[in-house]
Design a protein around this ligand. Structure first.
Ligand SMILES: C[S@@+](CC[C@H](N)C(=O)[O-])C[C@H]1O[C@@H](n2cnc3c(N)ncnc32)[C@H](O)[C@@H]1O
Length: 198
């Protein structure tokens, strides 16, 4: 698996700013997974679990999946420390190995921007969902001021909707929910939530 930037930053990832943003994301995601106590959730690209672990009470079980071993070590330490009995971690990359597991809900928060082939990852996330399952994407709106060799500079709602439709998702909804200063590669940015059903 290709070494990524996150391996080096895992232990200092949970800054006050990232914790604040995670709280805003959690508040937005919660209504999307109400009535899900009997459902399973994959938090794909979970990182240190800032978002996923705050949702563990709302689902039957949660699997934090990431391609960075170090990020998962931080997440696992939180799981152990807080005695979260329905959460596990899994080190893998669905763009390299197709998932053999499935869940009722897949959450992907600030990860699509880091994956070069958006269609490939969305296809694999579709495969990781049970029939009728829900994909929840949190990411940034396209921002032409952002220019970084390793990240997409956000997404255009209509283009993402088109891609999700091509992959097979239905009932797709995308809406902005927060704008902040210096939150996307030091630029002001707007965050959106996208939901779709398999
Ligand atoms: C910006 S962090 C977001 C962490 C978390 N989802 C959150 O919202 O706080 C991006 C995470 O995605 C992971 N990631 C990047 N590319 C990935 C891939 N192809 N497969 C799995 N995880 C990936 C990184 O290792 C990192 O932990």
């Amino acid at each position: 698996m290709e070494e990524n930037l996150f391996e080096q930053m895992a232990k200092r990832y949970d800054t006050a700013e990232r914790q604040e943003l995670a709280k805003i994301v959690v508040k937005e995601v919660k209504p999307e997974i109400q009535h899900s106590r009997s459902k399973t959730l994959i938090d794909y690209g979970s990182g240190t679990g800032l978002v996923g672990l705050a949702l563990s009470d709302l689902v039957e079980s949660i699997l934090l999946v990431d391609s960075s071993q170090q990020m998962l070590e931080v997440a696992q330490a939180k799981i152990s420390r807080n005695d979260i009995t329905n959460a596990k971690v899994l080190y893998t990359d669905f763009t390299q190995e197709s998932p053999t597991l499935q869940a009722d809900i897949v959450l992907v928060s600030f990860v699509l921007l880091h994956v070069p082939d958006t269609k490939k990852i969305v296809q694999e996330l579709y495969n990781a969902l049970t029939d009728g399952g829900k994909l929840i994407i949190i990411d940034f709106e396209k921002n032409d001021k952002v220019n970084h060799p390793k990240v997409h500079n956000g997404f255009v709602h209509e283009e993402l909707k088109q891609l999700l439709t091509e992959v097979g998702f239905i009932h797709i909804e995308i809406r902005n929910f927060y704008s902040g200063n210096n939150i996307f590669v030091n630029e002001d940015a707007t965050m959106f939530i996208s939901t779709g059903i398999k």
